[in-house]
Design a protein around this ligand. Structure first.
Ligand code: ADP
Ligand code: MG
Length: 566
């Protein structure tokens, strides 16, 4: 080895390492899933680069992952012939965390092991999970295209620093050797390792090989026989290419964890093969919880794009609208070129048509979940409802479909939970009611007893109570549903139309006449502080109410605008 140097981990890595080792102790075996996942990514990257530079495959075009162990030495080895790393890449990728929002993430950790273990799962534990079971990790790597003399050895005890040296490595790719901690020697066992690979990595699209267990190898007769040394222990075909009938829930769940870097199971998935004018396969997942970077501008979003099974890119954002950015999955196209770039993906008839179909599929998946598994849908709504509310503004053509998926709090449910679908509201509408009534405000507590609600209470008419920041904006785009208009009950002169009886109307007219003079005097006194003073029939107990003129900026929106300096 030459050019040895010792470097310190980035502070965030140190924190993460410490946390991981102490909070993931009950789920140790995931280290193998993470390292296999990285090896599979490395194979994907090599295949992609080899499209333009076939020489990168050298004499070794059959990509595979090999897992081996040595019980005496207490080591487990994961070896791949993928893209590999140069010395600089090893330093950058195995010494820092490049993910956006890492600082925020670390701040969100509570010190409560169980909660933190969950969070770390969401964050994606990755390579560093090796230190859950190992007290020394050696990485030997050579990047495709570099010479044998340009290999790198990276080595660390996972404590504050790591060492790098330049080494000879004739074989392309990365070999990771884990020196197991005291008490973790059980992992140096073929049966156990096979079990973990089966459990977590069966869906990986390239062979994961282990040494054939040979019994009686001292037997003379066997000496000359050709015995394969390595055998694949997984299915080794990309999951989405397999027929649905062959796949079990566990297969779909395992694959989700691989692509989404999530510990927990998805709420739903939708696997479809489209043939005809366009040909592609999609596998879309609905995660069970929001990632920590859901609201980060550069947070993870988009699908993994493959072209004819060749991995092209992660986070292809062009196939789904922003309001569905929580959907994870894979799309594999037969129509796009292998040379497709992010720029090319920006527009074009193929992309447009795939985007609208995948949007449909996602919304259908949500509809199905709402119908078949209301509990799971409630979880979805809690985690992602706010994002879905961006939909009506972004996606005009699916507005009605999206509106049907929204859930609101209303006067019907005292708990104030966002649980009411517009279809439920409509089913409860009174005879003669032709509008969907709503009221917006800061908090549920603040508006649930608003004087605006008095007349509705009296008539037993349900009113939606909207208190999310985004609601005011949402209602600017949601004008009707199922042919019924949305009416803000805090605006203008509320006309209850057919809901008022004839006697009520007569009484109202009489009282309007009688109080015209009073209204005039009040306007004279209040002057320019108000636009207008009107006789209203919407109050039953309160003497007066401040209402907004039609088209005026609401209180909630005004506060928002003021806060942003407008
Ligand atoms: P992630 O996989 O989410 O990027 P990891 O912590 O698992 O995060 O890995 C960090 C980085 O280290 C990877 O993005 C990759 O650049 C590099 N890396 C890890 N394992 C390998 C490998 N087997 N071959 C090539 N690069 C690797
Ligand atoms: Mg990884």
């Amino acid at each position: 080895d030459t050019h040895k140097e010792t470097l310190g981990f980035q502070t965030e890595v140190k924190q993460l390492l410490h946390l991981m080792i102490h909070s993931l102790y009950s789920n140790k075996e995931i280290f193998l899933r993470e390292l296999v996942s990285n090896a599979a990514d490395a194979a994907d990257k090599l295949r992609f680069e080899a499209i333009g530079q076939p020489a990168l495959l050298e004499e070794d075009p059959n990509l595979r992952i090999r897992i081996d162990f040595d019980a005496d030495a207490r080591t487990v080895t994961i070896d791949d012939n993928g893209i590999g790393m140069s010395r600089d890449e090893a330093i950058a990728h195995l010494g820092t965390i490049a993910k956006s929002g890492t600082g925020d993430f670390l701040k969100a950790l509570s010190g409560d092991r169980k909660k933190d273990a969950n969070l770390i799962g969401q964050f994606g534990v990755g390579f560093y999970s090796a230190f859950i079971v190992a007290d020394r990790v050696d990485v030997y790597s050579r990047r495709a295209g570099l010479s044998a003399a340009e290999g790198v050895r990276w080595s660390s005890a996972g404590e504050g620093e790591f060492e790098v040296a330049t080494i000879d490595k004739p074989e392309r790719g990365t070999r990771i050797v884990l020196h197991l901690k005291d008490g973790e020697e059980d992992f140096a066992d073929g049966w156990k390792l096979r079990g973990i690979v089966k459990k977590y990595s069966d869906h990986i699209g390239l062979p994961i090989e282990m040494r054939v267990e040979r019994h009686g190898k001292d037997d003379k007769d066997d000496k000359d026989a050709v015995i394969p040394e390595w055998e694949a222990v997984n299915q080794a075909s990309a999951l989405w290419t397999r027929p649905k009938t062959e796949l079990k829930d566990e297969d779909y769940q395992g694959f989700y964890k691989h692509i989404a870097h999530d510990f927990s199971d998805p709420l739903a998935w939708s696997h479809n093969k489209v043939e005809g004018k366009l040909e592609y396969t999609s596998l879309l997942y609905l995660p069970g919880r929001a990632p920590f970077d859901l609201y980060h501008r550069d947070g993870a979003k988009g699908l993994k794009l493959y072209v004819q099974r060749v991995f092209i890119m992660d986070q292809a954002e062009q196939f789904l609208p922003m309001y569905l950015r929580f959907v994870r999955g894979v799309v594999d196209s037969a129509d796009l070129s292998l040379n497709v770039s992010r720029e090319i993906l920006q527009a074009g008839p193929v992309i447009d048509s795939m985007k609208s179909a995948l949007t449909r599929r996602s919304l259908d998946m949500l509809e199905k979940l709402a119908k078949d598994k209301p509990d799971a849908y409630r979880t979805f709504w809690r985690e992602f409802g706010q994002v879905l509310k961006e939909g009506p503004a972004e996606d005009f053509s699916n507005r009605e479909k999206i509106a049907g998926l929204l859930r609101f709090a209303s006067t019907h449910d005292v708990a104030g939970e966002q649980s009411i679908a517009l279809a439920d509201y409509i089913a409860r509408m009174k005879d003669g009611q032709d509008s969907i009534y709503y009221l917006t405000g800061e908090t549920h507590a603040q508006i649930k007893d608003s004087p605006h609600l008095e007349v509705f209470r009296k008539k037993g008419i349900e009113v939606l109570l909207l208190t999310d920041r985004i609601d005011e904006w949402l209602m600017g785009y949601l004008t009707e549903f199922d042919g019924k208009r949305f009416v803000d009950i805090a605006r203008g002169d509320l006309d209850l139309g057919k809901l008022a009886t004839d006697e009520e109307k007569e009484a109202q007219e009489a009282s309007s006449k009688a109080k015209e003079a009073l209204a005039g005097r009040l306007k004279a006194i209040l002057g320019d502080d108000v636009a207008e003073v009107r006789v209203s029939h919407r109050l039953t107990d309160s003497p007066a109410i401040l209402a907004l003129a039609d088209g005026a900026v609401s209180g909630q929106l005004r506060q928002l605008l003021e806060a942003s300096g407008q």
